[in-house]
Write a protein that binds this ligand. Sequence first.
Ligand SMILES: *[C@@H]1O[C@H](CO)[C@@H](O)[C@H](O)[C@H]1NC(C)=O
Ligand SMILES: *[C@@H]1O[C@H](CO)[C@@H](O)[C@H](O)[C@H]1NC(C)=O
Ligand SMILES: *[C@@H]1O[C@H](CO)[C@@H](O)[C@H](O)[C@H]1NC(C)=O
Ligand SMILES: *[C@@H]1O[C@H](CO)[C@@H](O)[C@H](O)[C@H]1NC(C)=O
Ligand SMILES: *[C@@H]1O[C@H](CO)[C@@H](O)[C@H](O)[C@H]1NC(C)=O
Length: 638
Amino acid sequence: MRCSLTALVALSLAVVSLAEPTLSPYNVHEKRSAIPIGWSHTRRHESAATLPLRIALKQSNIESIDEYLYDVSHPESANYGKHWTAGEISRKFSPSEESISTVRDWLVENGLASERIRVSSTKGWINVDVTVEEAERLMNTEYNVYTHVSGQEHVACEAYHLPEHISTHVDFVLPSINFDAKLKGRSSQLEPARAIGQPGVGITPKTAGTISQIVTELEQCDEYITPVCLRALYGLAYEPVATEKNSFGIVEYTPQAYLQSDLQMFAMNYSTDLLGLEPIMVSIDGGYAQTEYQGFEYNGESDLDLQYGMSLVTGKQNVTLYQTGDMVEGASFNNFLDAIDGSYCTFEGGDDYTQDAQYPDPYGGGYEGPEDCGTVTPAYVISTSYGYNEADLTPFYTARQCAEYAKLGLMGVTVLYSSGDDGVAGNGNYCLNPDGTQSSTGMIFNPSFPGTCPYVTSVGATMVKPNATVTQAQPEMACMEVIYSGGGFSNYFAMPSYQKTAVDYYLQNYPPNYPPNIWNSTGMSRAFPDISANGANYVVAVDGQFELVYGTSCSSPVSGAIFTMINDARLAAGKGPIGFINPTIYSAGFAGAFNDITEGSNPGCGTEGYNATAGWDPVTGLGTPNFPKLLEYWLALP
Ligand SMILES: *[C@@H]1O[C@H](CO)[C@@H](O)[C@H](O)[C@H]1NC(C)=O
Ligand SMILES: *[C@@H]1O[C@H](CO)[C@@H](O)[C@H](O)[C@H]1NC(C)=O
Ligand SMILES: *[C@@H]1O[C@H](CO)[C@@H](O)[C@H](O)[C@H]1NC(C)=O
Ligand SMILES: *[C@@H]1O[C@H](CO)[C@@H](O)[C@H](O)[C@H]1NC(C)=O
Ligand SMILES: *[C@@H]1O[C@H](CO)[C@@H](O)[C@H](O)[C@H]1NC(C)=O
């Protein structure tokens, strides 16, 4: 480890000799376990060189965000449904004057004249130009110069420390452990986490090949899922009426894109109300429905999401397509979140350029416009069928993004993510090794993200049992054809209160017989998925042919469509949208609102995975939506 720790004693002595500082022990604030691929250490940075230090202050009240969220999302709360405006959110979480003065005092005590210290107009940042020597002393670190394979150099450290009384006010410091260099040439070794839309990265639906016949028989739903099967399975007989007020958004990451000709082919055969319709395209960071690259790996996901999402809400309800990222850089979830929340984009800062795309495009040949920043209105329901493994990302990065999902919930937005297609393994069937790395030979369960963020609704996959008909009782089981439903227990996030009763019941009655070193058996971590929906044998028009498609990628937009129809009924009744649904769907009043799935499992990492059981389980969550009951229960809420 190159960021050697300066002796703490020497540091404290140096501090004491300057002023009368507030002494508190130094703790590691951020640390990376490895240098990103493509970079190597070159030399210590020159001690007299200048560093423009930027200190991101912690948002105030952020530790209470779950309380605020549950206050408007729990059905028994007096404030149920009283969602916040963007302005209220911005005011509540702006960094406090106390944070500003505490950090400023610390800098002054350490010999930085106060006229060198500037507070940004948003009050989110403290900026000060320091020498490398000053920075190293302040943060008990060592700055190095690293060189990229392209020859470009970058200044960073691999860990830094802050005094305890300062770290509680600071999110992070730049430059530090982020390799956020603007690379001039395109990296040949893309980090997988960076380009979530690239084929083969993250969650991608699978195909079992093309089919030639047109299926319309409900009797065949165990072999071919079409919109009529889903309507029958979940009782979705509903014509929307409040379509002008309502909204449903589906997020896609370039280069993945839908083809309008596929949508129309699907419409002609399975959903004639979509004839002549297209999604409302909202371009984020230069995103567009590219047609240059075609094939299942480019069109499968988007074709699936839009054909089923649009069909189930009917042609009367507009569906928004958030096409995110250009062809050169692609984009990440943070780029999307930046676009729908200007406060996330600006004052919180901190996108990590080893993960998130930069706009205007620094590589050339891509989108040259400014980054979208608070330019896009979030829909009431947003479905995303892409995902990472938790271990792809740092805990800090995931925590910051997760808090943003809580803010969307506060605003009344329902955020759905697919739970993953590899059972207890991560994307690509990778499992964890004891040192935290991932490999195909790993043995430790590998949970997905954002599915493990307690402020999103994670959606797993089911299938119609072989030879079952959709009209019989309990026709579904956990999906065990082609894919396995992602599920398990987070290593990063604590268990939210709303699921404690349900998950405790599972752990007590069906304790998984695995050693505690291959899963988070503490009983204190966030368990997922929350719900599930069919994810097998979908008939999808892709590149002019019908293919059979599998994945939790199917389950998320289908669930999103169902919740959008519930919002329609609530909006028509003069009520607000359902917003963050988890505290509601786990509550006693919603018992029976999901069809409990009790068969099947989610193998992975050389194990049989977990079992679907009576009640919540880490395979299918609470179960699949029962639309008539959900509608009744949600219409009874204020
Ligand atoms: C749907 O979108 C189209 C095109 O933007 C618009 O003309 C129409 O009014 C929208 N319909 C509803 C019900 O919002
Ligand atoms: C299905 O779609 C194809 C391609 O658009 C079309 O040629 C065919 O007539 C459709 N079949 C039916 C039964 O509508
Ligand atoms: C489904 O039915 C077919 C035809 O009757 C039979 O061959 C097959 O074994 C059945 N599959 C299951 C899982 O019951
Ligand atoms: C298990 O989860 C908890 C809470 O999320 C976390 O604090 C703990 O570090 C996790 N344990 C392991 C072994 O990852
Ligand atoms: C799943 O169920 C099978 C059969 O009842 C049982 O043998 C196995 O131990 C269960 N697995 C877990 C992880 O609970």
